[in-house]
Unconditional design. Structure first.
Length: 336
């Protein structure tokens, strides 16, 4: 986890969404729907935690990839007041052949205050890369445009096997639906897992998707008659606090360990034991946010054994300690 400000519930965090000509309405809807659903106390009656503003390079009608336009009331001046700026993709990105910004777009981005969090959805990463915001950082974009992106921006560490990347103040996501994953990730970071999970439940989307673009690019979707690992994953999630072996997981699907491991990687994008560790870290995050259990008990209930083991995996996954994480989301008086 990167070191960023956790925003006070008493002040709405302002998100400015930059929509350009030939924008994809689904992306605009994703941002407004998810951030708009975030409420203090993870309650539908709570105060809104975000204010979402749509802006364009010039206020007025913005063309979409459908048979309608969007009337945007704000120009680029809205970017100067934002805490987070999200750059949507545009069909214009698909034709980009030069690693440079147009004059109006460069002028718009110059209005963003230093320290503002900037994110992109899908090919919006081309804009961030053209502005030099991704140099030397990991980034992603839609796999169909990855080769061209890599040619245009060789100084960016492109990773097309993930749904999103988080470089601290600069984040990117893959295809447009990955914008859901990215928005939930930002909400989770800003206001905690309970708020993000509440948004996911009310929007009827998974709070955290497993795997990355690899599951959509390299392999066909398994047919209903094909073997699956879903039952094993469900079985393991109900027993995270218990010792779980690879053989036990394979037995849930009546597969050999070898076949199960191969099928699991095909479906999820990682190995069964790596996935299991990820789920245990996620469980530890929930316990640290929602309970006052000592770190030792958190480690036991999450299935990570000891506090030392929890700290090791927590730091590897999130770049922070369990105690620091709890302080961030529960305040300095929270139990260690």
């Amino acid at each position: 986890m990167q070191d960023r400000t956790v925003y006070s519930h008493s002040v709405r965090h302002r998100v400015a969404v930059l929509a350009r000509q030939m924008t994809l309405p689904i992306e605009l809807g994703i941002v407004h729907q998810l951030f708009g659903q975030a409420r203090a106390g993870a309650s539908a009656d709570g105060e809104p935690l975000y204010e979402v503003i749509t802006c364009a390079l010039r206020a007025g009608r913005v063309r979409t990839d459908g048979d309608f336009t969007v009337n945007v009331g704000h120009g680029p001046e809205a970017l100067a007041e934002a805490d987070t700026v999200i750059v949507l993709s545009s069909y214009e990105d698909y034709e980009q052949q030069q690693p440079a910004l147009s004059g109006p777009l460069a002028d718009a981005l110059s209005r963003i205050r230093p320290g503002t969090r900037v994110a992109s959805i899908c090919t919006g990463a081309f804009v961030l890369a053209s502005a030099g915001l991704l140099d030397g950082q990991a980034a992603t974009t839609h796999w169909r445009y990855a080769d061209r992106f890599a040619r245009l921006f060789p100084r960016v560490d492109l990773d097309t096997d993930v749904l999103y990347t988080d470089g601290g103040d600069v984040l990117t996501s893959a295809g447009c639906a990955s914008g859901i994953d990215l928005c939930l990730h930002m909400i989770r970071h800003d206001f905690g897992m309970a708020v993000a999970n509440d948004v996911a439940r009310r929007t009827i989307v998974p709070p955290h998707r497993e795997g990355g673009q690899v599951q959509y690019v390299r392999h066909p979707v398994p047919q209903p008659s094909s073997p699956s690992t879903a039952a094993a994953r469900g079985w393991a999630l109900q027993r995270l606090a218990e010792p779980i072996t690879l053989g036990q997981m394979a037995a849930q699907e009546s597969m050999s360990v070898r076949n199960f491991t191969r099928r699991f990687r095909d479906e999820v994008g990682t190995t069964p034991m790596n996935w299991l560790t990820q789920q245990r870290v996620e469980r530890a995050r929930e316990l640290l946010e929602e309970s006052d259990l000592p770190v030792e008990q958190v480690a036991e209930r999450a299935g990570l054994g000891t506090a030392a083991n929890l700290r090791q995996h927590f730091h590897a996954a999130l770049g922070t300690s369990p105690s620091a994480y709890r302080t961030t989301f529960r305040g300095p008086g929270a139990a260690a």
